[in-house]
Each structure stands twice: as structure tokens, then as C-alpha cells.
Design a protein around this ligand. Structure first.
Ligand code: ME8
Length: 510
């Protein structure tokens, strides 16, 4: 049976329009999903929207009922994901019936295990983060009020509440992080989470009684589930929970949850604890991305300094933006978004390094070889060096994708592209047309074979452009998996006329 691989994104709050930060996490997860599909896995890629809670209820307040409001914004997030090429297999919404059934069952199982009890909550709550804070975590403002570490305003909440016995899971969580160091990535986040858990865990308030927009707590009128307990459960809902015979059960546990670093605590502490309490297997990895900053500040719906991903794709091209986002900064680190940086990546790396390499090689074949793919000749030392670096590439890139070090994976690919550019300059196949036609064919074939590996491995990052490049290289659509890289291209086939894949970006004149 084909091995499964499950990738998830956070489900996004529907309190405002999608921005490039959301697109970023989804595109990173998409690259992973596409890579695994091309590597032969049976992939399940899940994304969607988080629609309950006080924050969404407040956003909807102005005379619209929350369901109508969330319907509109969820559809917009979905349209954004489609426009950005996010190849999800399921779009989950937490207001769906299947999710209500799943949350209620998870709750019942935890109750049965004795890890939920009724109490009274009194403390600080930040609606913007949908999170409870201890007083010693808060920052005092000059006017005497408090704010959360994220900068969100907090309010004092006092209400009857069910509690989850999180304090009882400290040892089990620490054991999980120790036995499975790969569970939290990058490792700086693992240290952060480990010290948070070592510092002691308080029981968690998991129901609210002062508003209604949530999933009702089973057998407890007036209580709705804490939105994070509801939201996290989406991952198992989509895998068919609680129906043990659902076809999707084969996709749980998830192989990797992609999340932003703001929500690592929810995914690496609360979520495994809920699952342990309910006797459900744990996900294998939670990987977290850093921020895209605008003018040094985190982009956020609440702050209002956001960049529309569809707009950027319209200006620069979708694949160009996808490439930029994964190339410009290490996945876990913060980075700045600017038009100048995007243009530089497009013109230097995509147009010059890769686009020109393919265009130069293919137009020589069109011009001097009658558009027919030359056969491989006996390799020279230099041919062998380049071809060996191309053959080694799939394993190098795979290792980086598995660690979500996307920018290092791209750098490995670019090393080969740069070597191929050095090779074409030294071999100068254009000069061989008159003196050494056979050698010219050999050189061009080495280049085509190298570019084929590069373009095949770049498909997850830039699906549209690489499909066009592979068409021009004579790779049939059913031969674009990584396994097919060891099957040689058909000698003597006629290649389509070459067309540039990455035009230079020229600033429109004002
Ligand atoms: O937190 N840079 O939803 P959310 C990079 N509903 N990534 C960013 C970003 C930025 N400036 N801004 C947002 C929620 N993100 C919950 C999740 S999951 C069970 C529930 C990304 O709409 C990043 O991945 O606030 C972050 O975690 C996510 O968007 C938050 O989206």
C-alpha cells in the first residue's frame, strides 16, 4: 500500500481578509504536499477556516449574523488559497456539522478519562489572541492597564468554566519532547516550549459562558467550547474522527502541522495533551514559521498593515511570489517583505540564472540541431561532474524539505544551476556549431538533462512555470515524478519551440 503523508495548515480566523502571512504558511505547506506527491506518497493536505469564538463574533457584530459573516470570509480565504496555487484536498470549516460531532466526541472522551472538571475561571483574557494569560506574563502600560506579550489588550474575565487538567500532563509532554526531538521545529522553538512546560502548567479553562458563538459543550447548557479546543480538533475531524471506519482514518496521525510561531504553544502543548487525554495518537511534527514584517512590524489583520497576496501575484507573477517567499528567509526566522527584494530575486535568480540557462540551451537546439533532442555522448570529465551534481540533487532537496529548510533546499538547486551556467560558458556550444557538431550536441544534452532535474525538483515551488519548462524539455506530463528522473529522455524527439519562462521584471514607468 502506498505510504500516506498528511500535511496541515492552521485554520484561519475569519475576522478579516486574508493577507500574505496566511498565504505564506499555506504555500509552504503546499510545497511540502506537492513534493511528497511527486515523491510517490498518498498525500492528504488539509486547510480551512476557524470560525467560532469571541473574536469572530465581535467582527460580525454589526447587524450581520455570524454564520452569514463567516460564510463570506471563509469563501474569500478559499479563493485566495486557490489563487495562490494551494493544492489542498479538503477545506474544513469549524461550523460544519461533521466538526461539531467530532468536537463533542473528543470532549466526552476526555471527560470519561477524568481530565475535565467544572470550576470557575477568573483571570486575564485577550480576545485578539483568544488566549488566557497569567498576570506575570503581562506588560504594564504607562496608564496602568495591561497588555499581553503579543501586544493584544486583555480583559478581566470571571465566569463558570470547565477546566482541562493540563497540569497532569507536564511529565508526559516533557517525555514526548525528549523522546521525539523532531516533534517541534525549529529547535529554538523546542527549547522555548520545553522551558514553558518545565515552568509548570496550570489547568486550562476550556469552556466559556459569556457568549454563544461556539460549539455547545455536551450536556452543559450555557457553555460553549473554548475556541482553541474546537479549532485544534479540526485536524482529526477531517480524518474522519470519531468514525473508526471512515476512509480518511488512514491519514491520522498527521505527519506535519504547519503553524506560525505565535501558535506553537497551542499545537505543541495543549493539542498533544488533549489527544493524550482522549487516547488518540499524536501528530508527528509541528513546524513553525517566522514573521513577514512590514516596516519592522508583524503584519496582522488587527494592526491593519497587511499585504494582499493576490495583488502581489498579479504584479509579479504567482510562481515568482511563491519562490520569493520560500527563498528570501529561513522558514523559522523573520524577514522583511519589499518590492525591491522581490524584483531582485526575480531578475537575478529566475530570469538570469535559470530562465536564461534554459532559453540559451533550448534555442541552440532549435537553431543548430533542427529542434531535435541530441543523444547523450561519451561524457567528458566536466560533463560527468555536472551530471553527478544533478543526480545527487533529489536526495539533498528531499532532506531539506523534510526539515522544512526550504531556502537551503533552493540553495542546493541553485548551486547546480550556477554550475550549469559556468559549464555552458566554458563549453561555449554556440562556438562548436561549425567546428564540432557532435560535441555541441553532447554539451546541449548534458544541459537539458541537468535542467530537467532542476525543473522537476522545482515543480512544488513553481508548478505553472516548471510545467512550461518541462514541456519545452520534452518531458511528458506523466514522467515528472522524482522516480522518473532515472529514466532517460527519448533521444531524437522534436522539442517544442523554446519560449522564455521568466521574463525580467521591469518597473512600469511612473
Ligand atoms: O491563529 N507572517 O488564525 P490566524 C507569517 N485560527 N505568517 C503569518 C503572519 C505573518 N505576518 N500572520 C499570520 C489562528 N501568519 C488560529 C489558528 S489552528 C488550529 C487555529 C500565519 O488567522 C501564521 O501561520 O490568526 C499564523 O500562525 C497564522 O497565519 C495565524 O492565522
Amino acid at each position: 500500500m502506498t505510504q500516506t503523508f498528511t500535511v496541515t495548515t492552521p485554520i484561519y480566523y475569519v475576522n478579516g481578509a486574508p493577507h500574505i502571512g496566511h498565504a505564506y504558511t499555506s504555500i509552504a505547506a503546499d510545497v511540502m504536499a506537492r513534493f511528497k506527491r511527486l515523491d510517490g506518497y498518498d498525500v492528504f493536505f488539509l486547510t480551512g477556516t476557524d470560525e467560532h469564538g469571541q473574536k469572530v463574533e465581535q467582527a460580525a457584530a454589526a447587524g450581520v449574523d455570524p454564520q452569514t459573516f463567516t460564510d463570506g470570509i471563509s469563501a474569500d480565504f478559499r479563493a485566495m488559497s486557490d489563487a495562490m496555487g494551494v493544492s489542498y484536498d479538503d477545506w474544513i470549516r469549524t461550523t460544519e456539522e461533521r466538526h461539531k460531532v467530532s468536537c463533542a466526541e473528543l470532549w466526552r472522551r476526555i471527560v470519561k478519562n477524568g481530565d475535565i472538571y467544572l470550576g470557575h475561571y477568573e483571570g486575564w483574557y485577550a480576545i485578539r489572541d483568544e488566549a488566557f494569560y497569567d498576570e506575570d506574563e503581562l506588560k504594564k502600560q504607562p496608564d496602568g492597564s495591561f497588555i499581553a506579550p503579543s501586544g493584544a489588550p486583555v480583559e478581566w474575565v470571571r465566569e463558570p468554566s470547565y477546566f482541562f487538567r493540563l497540569s497532569a500532563f507536564q511529565d508526559r509532554l516533557l517525555k514526548l519532547y525528549e523522546e521525539h526531538p523532531e516533534f517541534i521545529a525549529p529547535s529554538s522553538r523546542r527549547s522555548e516550549v520545553t522551558s514553558f512546560v518545565k515552568g509548570g502548567l496550570r489547568d486550562l479553562s476550556v469552556s466559556r459562558t459569556t457568549f454563544n458563538w461556539g460549539i455547545p459543550v455536551p450536556d452543559a447548557p450555557g457553555h460553549v467550547m473554548y475556541v482553541w479546543m474546537d479549532a485544534l480538533t479540526n485536524y482529526i475531524t477531517a480524518c474522519g474522527f470519531p468514525d473508526a471506519n471512515a476512509p480518511r482514518t488512514k491519514y491520522w496521525p498527521a505527519d506535519v502541522h504547519f503553524v506560525g510561531k505565535d501558535i506553537i504553544r497551542f499545537h505543541a502543548v495543549y493539542w498533544p495533551a488533549f489527544l493524550m487525554a482522549a487516547g488518540v495518537p499524536l501528530p508527528k511534527r509541528v513546524t513553525s514559521n517566522g514573521w513577514w514584517l512590514m516596516d519592522g512590524e508583524k503584519m496582522s489583520k488587527s494592526i491593519g498593515n497587511v499585504v494582499e497576496p493576490r495583488k502581489l501575484a498579479e504584479i509579479f507573477g504567482l510562481d515568482q511570489i511563491r519562490y520569493f517567499l520560500l527563498r528570501e528567509k529561513p522558514f523559522g526566522a523573520d524577514g522583511s517583505l519589499s518590492h525591491a527584494a522581490i524584483i531582485s530575486r526575480i531578475n537575478v535568480e529566475l530570469s538570469n540564472d535559470l530562465g536564461n540557462l534554459a532559453q540559451r540551451s533550448l534555442s541552440l537546439i532549435a537553431r543548430n540541431c533542427g529542434g531535435v533532442l541530441p543523444a547523450r555522448g561519451a561524457p567528458t570529465e566536466e560533463d560527468s561532474v555536472l551530471l553527478a551534481s544533478a543526480s545527487a540533487l533529489p536526495d539533498l532537496v528531499r532532506a531539506n524539505i523534510d526539515r522544512q529548510t526550504f531556502h537551503d533546499g533552493l540553495e542546493e538547486i541553485w548551486k547546480v544551476i550556477r554550475s550549469a551556467n559556468g559549464y555552458i560558458d566554458r563549453q561555449a556550444p554556440w562556438a562548436l556549431n561549425k567546428t564540432g557538431k557532435v560535441r555541441m550536441g553532447d554539451v546541449l544534452r548534458v544541459l537539458v538533462d541537468t535542467i530537467r532535474v532542476v525543473a522537476t525538483l522545482l515543480q512544488p515551488f513553481m508548478p505553472g512555470s516548471m510545467a512550461r519548462m518541462l514541456d519545452q524539455l520534452g518531458v511528458s506530463p506523466d514522467a515528472r515524478t522524482f522516480a522518473m528522473l532515472t529514466t532517460p529522455l527519448t533521444d531524437g524527439q522534436t522539442l517544442p519551440p523554446p519560449q522564455g519562462v521568466f521574463p525580467r521584471y521591469v518597473e512600469p514607468s511612473a
